[in-house]
Design a protein around this ligand. Structure first.
Ligand SMILES: *Cc1c(COP(=O)(O)O)cnc(C)c1O
Length: 389
C-alpha cells in the first residue's frame, strides 16, 4: 500500500463536490479537511489543563499524524511497538507513551531502549514484574496503574477488558513506589462519552485509590473518550468537560499534579468525510463500495440509535456534482464483500431518486474507520484527497 504521507502528494479540491466532479471516484475516497483536525487539536491544547496525547489507534494514517503534529500535538498514546515505530518514523521528535496494560513480551524493552519511552500502564502484578524486568531501570519510569470506571455515559465501554478496582490498584501503586518508579494512575471512561460527569466520577475513584494506598502519585492520566458530534447526537461542548475535570482535580488538593488526557476520536473524527459509490440500487437496497469490513467496522460495536444521514450526490448531464434533494427515505446499505453480515446496522436515509452510479458521502468519518479497515475479499478503501487548502 503506498499510503500518502504528505499533503502535497494528495489531489486537492476547493470542496467535496469539486472532488467528486474531478475524480468521479469509483473506489471509496477519504476527503481530508486539515483545518478541522487543527481546530479540534487547538481546543484541547488551549482548554485541557495538562498534556494532550493523541491516541494513535483512532487514526494512525500519516496524514492525520502529520496534521496533528503541525497543530501542536507533541505526545502520542501508542499501544504497540508497531504504533511507536510508525509515529517515530514520521515524527522523530514525537514523545510516545506506551499506554496498553498488556504488552507482548519484549515490546516494553524495545520501546524503552530504542525509542526512549518511559511511560507505561499496568493493571496486574505480572505485567508490572515483566515491565520492571524488561526495562531494568525503574527510576526512569512512570508507571500508570489502570483503574476500572463505572459504566456511565459512553457509547463504547472500555473497562471490561482492562483495569482494576481501587483495592488492587492501591497495592500495585505501592509496589510501583517500592520498586523506585514513579506511581501514577489512569483510566478510560469509555469512548464517545456523552457525560462530562463520568470524568468527575472516575477522578473520585482515583482519589479513593490514592487514599487507600497512601502513595503520592506523580501523574494522573484521565484517558480518552471525549465525544464528537455525529449527526443526531449533540454532545456537550468540550469546555464543559474541561471545567468538570478541573473542578474534580481541584478536589484532589494537588495543584502540582501532572495531568494528561488521551483523546483519539475527538481529534480526528470531524476532519475526514468518506465518499462511497452506489454500485447498484435494487428497490430499497443500496450496494455500496465500502462497508463493515472497510470504513464502517466500528459500526458493529458502537451503540447508536440514529439513522445514518449521509448526502446523496449525483453527476448531472454536464458532469456537475449536485446534492440530491427531496424527501428522504430509509435504505439498507450493503458493503461490497460477499458476506451477508456486510450491511450497515441501521437504515441509511437518502432521497428516493438515488440511483446506481450516484455517490453517498458520510461526514465525521476520521475516527476508527481508516484504522480498522481490512482488505477482506479484496476490498480496501484507500483513496485520498484534500479539501479546502
Ligand atoms: C482507545 C483509547 C483511547 C482513545 O479513546 P477515544 O474514545 O477515541 O478518545 C485513549 N486511551 C486508551 C488507553 C485507549 O485504549
Amino acid at each position: 500500500m503506498n499510503a500518502p504521507t504528505r499533503f502535497d502528494a494528495l489531489p486537492c479540491f476547493a470542496s467535496s463536490l469539486k472532488a467528486i466532479e474531478g475524480l468521479k471516484p469509483p473506489e471509496p475516497l477519504y476527503l481530508v479537511q486539515p483545518e478541522k483536525i487543527s481546530s479540534a487539536a487547538k481546543q484541547f491544547l488551549d482548554g485541557f489543563p495538562g498534556d494532550v496525547l493523541y491516541a494513535v489507534k483512532a487514526n494512525p494514517h500519516p496524514v492525520a499524524l502529520r496534521q496533528l503534529w503541525d497543530a501542536g500535538i507533541r505526545h502520542f498514546d501508542t499501544a504497540s511497538l508497531g504504533e511507536i515505530e510508525s509515529v517515530k518514523t514520521l515524527l522523530p521528535e514525537a514523545i510516545c507513551h506506551f499506554m496498553a496494560p498488556v504488552r507482548l513480551p519484549g515490546q516494553a524493552k524495545a520501546a524503552f531502549e530504542q525509542h526512549g519511552v518511559t511511560d507505561f500502564v499496568v493493571d496486574s502484578e505480572s505485567e508490572l514484574d515483566k515491565l520492571l524486568d524488561e526495562t531494568g531501570k525503574p527510576t526512569k519510569l512512570r508507571v500508570f496503574v489502570r483503574l476500572v470506571t463505572a459504566l456511565g455515559g459512553a457509547l463504547l465501554e472500555m473497562s471490561s477488558k482492562y483495569g482494576c478496582r481501587p483495592e488492587e490498584a492501591s497495592k500495585l501503586l505501592a509496589r510501583v513506589a517500592q520498586a523506585g518508579a514513579q506511581p501514577c494512575l489512569t483510566f478510560h471512561v469509555g469512548s464517545q462519552c456523552l457525560s462530562p460527569f463520568s470524568y468527575a466520577q472516575a477522578i473520585e475513584i482515583a482519589q479513593r485509590t490514592i487514599t487507600l494506598s497512601g502513595v503520592e502519585i506523580a501523574a494522573l492520566d484521565i484517558g480518552g473518550g471525549f465525544p464528537t458530534a455525529y449527526a443526531g447526537q449533540e454532545p456537550p461542548p468540550y469546555h464543559w468537560y474541561f471545567d468538570m475535570i478541573k473542578e474534580a482535580l481541584n478536589n484532589l488538593g494537588r495543584p502540582d499534579l501532572k495531568v494528561m488526557c488521551e483523546p483519539g476520536r475527538a481529534l480526528v473524527a470531524q476532519g475526514i468525510s468518506l465518499v462511497t459509490q452506489v454500485v447498484m440500487r435494487r428497490g430499497d437496497r443500496l450496494y455500496l463500495n465500502d462497508g463493515i469490513y472497510g470504513s464502517f467496522d466500528e459500526q458493529r460495536f458502537i451503540s447508536f440509535d440514529e439513522d445514518y444521514p449521509p448526502s446523496g450526490i449525483t453527476l448531472d448531464a454536464k458532469g456537475k456534482a449536485k446534492i440530491l434533494s427531496g424527501e428522504k427515505r430509509p435504505f439498507r446499505a450493503y458493503g461490497p464483500t460477499c458476506d451477508s453480515a456486510d450491511v450497515l446496522p441501521r437504515p441509511v436515509m437518502l432521497p428516493d431518486t438515488i440511483a446506481t452510479g450516484d455517490f453517498v458521502m458520510f461526514d465525521a468519518m476520521g475516527a476508527y474507520t481508516v484504522s480498522s479497515r481490512s482488505s477482506f475479499n479484496g476490498y480496501y478503501p484507500d483513496g485520498w484527497a484534500l479539501i479546502g487548502v
